[in-house]
Design a protein around this ligand. Structure first.
Ligand SMILES: *Cc1c(COP(=O)(O)O)cnc(C)c1O
Length: 396
């Protein structure tokens, strides 16, 4: 798989994380075309789900994306910086989905960020700054249509409208909500939330809407609203647990073998001796562990792949290492320094998540900082341009 030239790029790291920016762009285009004429944004919270907002943001901007979403103000400030100087950056709208804590409004304005207002307090804060600035500052309003997490409940909307002064002081430009069960198309909450959303927004001045995240995009058009907010689908994760995945995989994780050994039957492996070999076995120890974000819950359950052959994880995942069963591989197939696939074409994010008892989102956002990161920009098959992220990384 790896040419010797490529190997030399990362001689010092225990594993290499390869991120295909071209695939992220292709996934965004696919989603954009699916929802048209609705607009398609991109959710880049949590450092673009662990993949690096500093490179994913500019890649999507270049693809034509103009609506970006983060959770925290701090993420919005960082993303504004990451987009600066790129063609189209002036038109990029960055939305802070958590809204703003009291006293941080000026900071948001200084960086040209648009808050999502979730509560009476947040509207009051943004209204206060609007009055001080002598103009109505743009914001989104979030409605809680049945998730009890963010936004105005029907009762809070009553209160917002009763004394309409704060609302009149700001400029609401869009109304949004978020679906709790969109990954189950038949779930009655989907229709209930859509109904609640339509009923609540009729009480506000007419505004464009936003309702669907990745899974909602795969529901009927009625759930799309005027602008969709995909996050995980950009990274190729199947939007629905069953069925064809039309999206392209985006990342692979290759771990290096530190040591191999042959052991007799009855050999206990790893911390707590949670696994004992039943037959004479060949073991391979790789340089990835839970400190890299490879979840400990994959102990005795997950696996790596080598040329399409599974290598089960034996015993517990350690902080910096994992022991794999290499018995099915030809003898001497693996040598120290060789790589095995932990995530990739033979073992996708869904399978990795299932083995760890979690969801692909958690696998992505746990990806650690110790991997050597390699960003590809090319189409599949082409060698592609390789970008190096700024910040600490092992380079040639
Ligand atoms: C995280 C989030 C999204 C993106 O969700 P995905 O399922 O990753 O597409 C969209 N909207 C809101 C409000 C979110 O919190």
């Amino acid at each position: 798989m790896h040419s010797p030239a490529r190997e030399r790029l990362w001689p010092a790291a225990g594993a290499i994380l390869t991120i295909d920016l071209g695939a992220i762009r292709a996934n965004w285009r696919w989603l954009r075309d699916r929802v048209a004429p609705a607009a398609c944004g991109a959710v880049l919270k949590a450092d673009a789900y662990g993949l690096g907002a500093a490179l994913v943001g500019p890649a999507l901007l270049a693809e034509g994306c103009r609506d970006f979403f983060v959770a925290h103000l701090e993420e919005g400030i960082a993303l504004r910086q990451d987009l600066r100087g790129q063609p189209g950056a002036e038109e990029a709208r960055i939305h802070v989905m958590h809204g703003l804590f009291d006293g941080t409004e000026r900071e948001a304005l200084a960086h040209g960020l648009i808050p999502v207002l979730n509560s009476l307090e947040q509207v009051a804060g943004w209204a206060g700054l609007s009055r001080a600035e002598g103009r109505r500052l743009p914001a989104w309003l979030q409605l809680d249509t049945g998730m009890a997490r963010f936004g105005f409940s029907a009762g809070e909307l009553d209160r917002l409208l009763e004394d309409g002064r704060d609302l009149a002081a700001v400029e609401p430009i869009r109304v949004m909500s978020h679906l709790a069960c969109a990954d189950e198309p038949g779930h009655p909450a989907n229709a209930a939330q859509l109904g609640a959303f339509n009923a609540m927004r009729r009480r506000l001045p007419h505004l464009p809407t936003s309702l669907a995240a990745s899974s909602g995009i795969f529901l009927d058009r009625a759930w799309h609203g005027d602008l969709v907010r995909p996050g995980v689908a950009l990274h190729g994760v199947a939007p629905l647990p069953r069925g064809e995945n039309p999206l392209r995989p985006v990342l692979r994780l290759d771990a290096r073998v530190v040591q191999t050994r042959s052991v007799p039957a009855g050999t206990a492996v790893g911390y707590g001796h949670s696994f004992t070999t039943r037959t004479p076995s060949r073991l391979a120890t790789i340089a990835v562990g839970y400190a890299d974000g490879f979840l400990r819950s994959a102990s005795n359950r997950g696996r790596a792949m080598w040329k399409g052959m599974p290598m089960p994880i034996l015993g517990r995942v350690s902080m910096d290492s994992i022991v794999l069963d290499a018995s099915a591989l030809p003898e001497n197939a693996l040598r120290p320094g060789d790589t095995v696939e932990l995530i990739g074409p033979d073992h996708d994010l869904e399978a990795v998540a299932e083995a760890a008892g979690t969801i692909p989102y958690e696998i992505l956002t746990s990806l650690g900082q110790r991997y050597h990161r390699r960003y590809e920009t090319g189409a599949p098959g082409s060698s592609g341009e390789v970008l190096q992220p700024t910040g600490p990384t092992v380079t040639a």
